[in-house]
Design a protein around this ligand. Sequence first.
Ligand code: TRP
Length: 468
Amino acid sequence: MSIRTRVLTGITTSGTSHLGNYVGAIRPALRLAQDPGTDAFFFLADYHALIKCDDPERVARSRMEIAATWLACGLDPARVTFYRQSDIPEIPELTWLLTCVTSKGLMNRAHAYKAAVDANQARGEDADAGITMGLYSYPVLMAADILMFGARRVPVGRDQVQHIEMARDIAMRFNHLYGEGLLVLPEAAVDEDVATLPGLDGRKMSKSYDNIIPLFAGGARAQQEAIARIVTDSRAPGEPKDPDSNALLALYRAFATRAQADAFAVDLRGGLAWGDAKRRLAERIDAEVGPLRARYEALLADPDQIEEVLRHGAAKARTLAAPLVAKLRTAVGLRSPQAIQAAPATRPRQPVAGGRFVTFRAADGRFHFRFVGADGSDLLLSIPFDSPRAAADWVKVLDKSGGQASFVWGPGALHLEPEDTVAGPITVLWFAEERLAATAPQAAADERDALARRLVAEFEVRWRSQQV
Ligand code: TRP
């Protein structure tokens, strides 16, 4: 039995990617997404890009280039929910709900805002000169990104940890005010094994230091030219060199096996010329990046294909976002007038929409229930119970917990575990491999995913239709 952990991360679409992004973020994120225990959500944070950049052409270009970069590096859109932040209208809506519970004092402490204030003061300017509300509220938008999809783990660089902690604080405050369990509390995941890549001058590779080596932009040529500019000392060919005196070896390591990197260091100590060392480094990098670059260029030549992938990803993401926002709107009081009528008992009974529960007796004489979608297909099959009563009790529990129920899905069909579940308002439904064998033996992973999403969607519809 496995439960997939919802993992989410965003990529700000300002500028283009460099080798530091590839080694520090793209490659590890895509490896993580391969893990069958991970349910990955990766998105283009293009609303965030507007905070940093007011050049429309650049924002538009960067959105395409960064989408193409991730796809070229191996992001599989059938596995990862890959979308653009600005294609999810529920995100700004959630941002507002969160803004209303976020204390200004919390935002005052954000590093990025504080750094901007400090810089202003150092220049003798007004503390808030040039600081927009976008920059100031940046952490709230980021919290909405994360909380929208119930992400538990958020892989980020160290500089972003504070933002994840703020998202957690905001979620706790919201839950405290409007209902425990409404929002999932996220955690930052900082990968200690991932080295920060040095740039041309040996400092951390970063656009702000102007020391980057491009990943794809400018083609293989631009990459080679950047590598040729890596700063070294003036030791002549044949003279022994200190392999740790510049960025060459660290860059080499990031693209080589340990044995290959060690051999490179030995050769440098033995007098390998800097020029030859740079050529070897460029070849080493190209062995990995070259084939990806070819895919990148093919993708960029066909922007419609990228759009299609992103549109599809947004539709997939919205099957989760829309029901959550509907639930949160109700929770904060943005609900239909019927919902505040005093005497619900006098209302005529409305037919319940969405899926329905069916209790039945199986061949082994034990009792199960199913959750059947509006079109009659099975979306959930419970474990066996000894009495119809026990099965019915579970149905009641599920129906009551309704909008609070959080469905966790992993490989396999749905399977209900009574033990450690209904401990609080959150009901967790587990999926078990053996159930899948019985219900949908041939289902591929994404079909199962679609099944799970339909379950959640139909369950939400049912639950909401009972609230009015
Ligand atoms: N702020 C992040 C960065 O600059 C990008 C980002 C936006 C993000 N929303 C997010 C990262 C949500 C993780 C989760 O790197």
